[in-house]
Design a protein around this ligand. Structure first.
Ligand code: APR
Ligand code: ZN
Length: 254
């Protein structure tokens, strides 16, 4: 069984508002590799600067596009895990805001309304040149391929890119401001769940501190210690898909 302390259960039972800050570990049990995990970290195989930067794109759009197109196929092929579903159910019991660094749509497919995708969304394609949104077909390779030509923009013939935030790019201002506002609206007795993030990449990694200064109880759900562990009051050292359903069950049963 999953070990969840009475303190954590009391914190969630006593909360009226909950903000869930989620990272790649939230989707790990759906089969989506994390970035920096010891075992399967994606950034072990690829250097992020080779893939997730505007320079990498400008140097070789088909190389970068091939990787993201494969990831689109992966996300389409997996399902939300019990952790995603539990967060969606929690919204029936408490006022919940989901703020995610993840670019997948698994929270939405589990039934959550996501307040903010602070690193953008893989499925929001847009033109690299004129910025026009692109909702055309995306050719998804069935296995990782070296290069794949990105679609061209019907407006300006520019290259279509994934709507994700690359290193060195600005975060979507509205999303980040919404995330900060939700965290600042937390008060003593409310809870901020920090689920499946290593707390390494700023400014997103600074979000738990906003919950802390708002007076909320910050609870980390992560099998590992992270760079934000010391600003979390409570820690559940287990996985999202195991912990969150237990939490919601125990809150529901009162
Ligand atoms: N349940 C909960 N946590 C998990 C699980 C799981 N099943 N599996 C792994 N984790 C934890 C790891 O211990 C790690 O702390 O999830 C965290 C994943 O860390 P990262 O791979 O660094 O993911 P994340 O923190 O979301 O990365 C932030 O970096 O590459 C950029 O833009 C990308 O949004 C991403 C950002
Ligand atoms: Zn265009």
């Amino acid at each position: 069984a999953v070990e969840v302390s009475e303190e954590v259960l009391e914190a969630l039972r006593g909360a009226s508002r909950v903000v869930a800050l989620t990272g790649a570990g939230m989707s790990a049990e759906s089969g989506v590799p994390t970035f920096r995990d010891a075992q399967s970290g994606l950034w072990e195989q690829f250097d992020p600067s080779q893939l997730a930067t505007p320079e990498a794109w400008r140097a070789d759009p088909p190389f970068v596009w091939a990787w993201y197109a494969w990831r689109v196929g992966l996300v389409r092929s997996v399902q939300p895990n019990p952790g995603h579903c539990a967060l969606a159910e929690l919204a029936d019991l408490r006022e919940v805001a989901v703020v995610t660094q993840n670019i997948d749509d698994l929270h939405e497919r589990a039934g959550s309304t996501v307040l903010a995708h602070v690193h953008g969304s893989l499925l929001d394609f847009r033109c690299m040149d004129c910025g026009a949104p692109y909702d055309g077909e995306i050719e998804v390779p069935t296995e990782p391929v070296e290069r794949l030509d990105p679609p061209t923009c019907p407006e300006c013939q520019g290259d279509i890119r994934p709507g994700v935030v690359w290193f060195g790019e600005e975060l979507p201002r509205a999303a980040f401001d919404d995330a900060v506002a939700a965290l600042e609206a937390l008060g003593p007795g409310d809870v901020c769940l920090v689920v499946g993030t290593s707390g390494i990449v700023y400014p997103a990694a600074g979000l738990p501190a906003v919950a802390l200064s708002a007076g909320a109880t910050v609870v980390e759900v992560n099998p590992q210690e992270t760079d934000v562990s010391d600003m979390c009051h409570l820690h559940v050292r287990d996985t999202a898909a195991r912990v969150l359903p237990t939490l919601v069950e125990r809150v529901r049963s009162g």
